[in-house]
Design a protein around this ligand. Structure first.
Ligand SMILES: [Cu+2]
Length: 133
């Protein structure tokens, strides 16, 4: 093996070694704020014609909630949680995500205000438990 070939092989080996050290793009992110996302409570709610898929949720005061609402019906619906000032209209097939936190324990009603839909049963309740329990 000539000295020149030997040098080439050495450079090749070094290149491969360096390539192995470069982090891949999908490597896990270092510890950070992302960890706190595990504290979020993910809930789903579907609007059908004419009822909610769920009529009762239980959450804890101070716990961040992400509620994904999908209009699975053919009528327009809306979601109103008056206690938190939340209002969202949903066309058929539309999905939305609402992020909110109940600060105080209690019972909080949610409903669909489209005419006749409350009477049909599009009303439900969040029961919020004290954080200490
Ligand atoms: Cu409705």
């Amino acid at each position: 093996m000539s000295p020149r070939t030997r040098l080439s092989l050495l450079l090749l080996a070094l290149t491969l070694l360096l390539a192995a050290c470069v982090p891949t793009p999908d490597a896990p992110a270092p510890d950070g704020p992302a960890l706190e996302e595990t504290d979020v409570l993910y809930l789903t709610l579907d609007a059908h014609d004419i009822r909610w898929s769920e009529q009762a949720f239980t959450v804890t005061a101070g716990q961040p909630v992400t509620l994904r609402i999908t209009n699975a019906g053919v009528l327009d619906h809306d979601f109103v949680l008056e206690a938190l000032g939340l209002e969202a209209k949903l066309s058929p097939d539309q999905s939305i995500e609402l992020n909110f936190t109940f600060e105080e324990p209690g019972e909080y009603e949610f409903l669909c205000t489209v005419a006749g839909h409350i009477d049909a049963g599009m009303v439900g309740v969040f029961t919020v438990l004290p954080a200490d329990e």
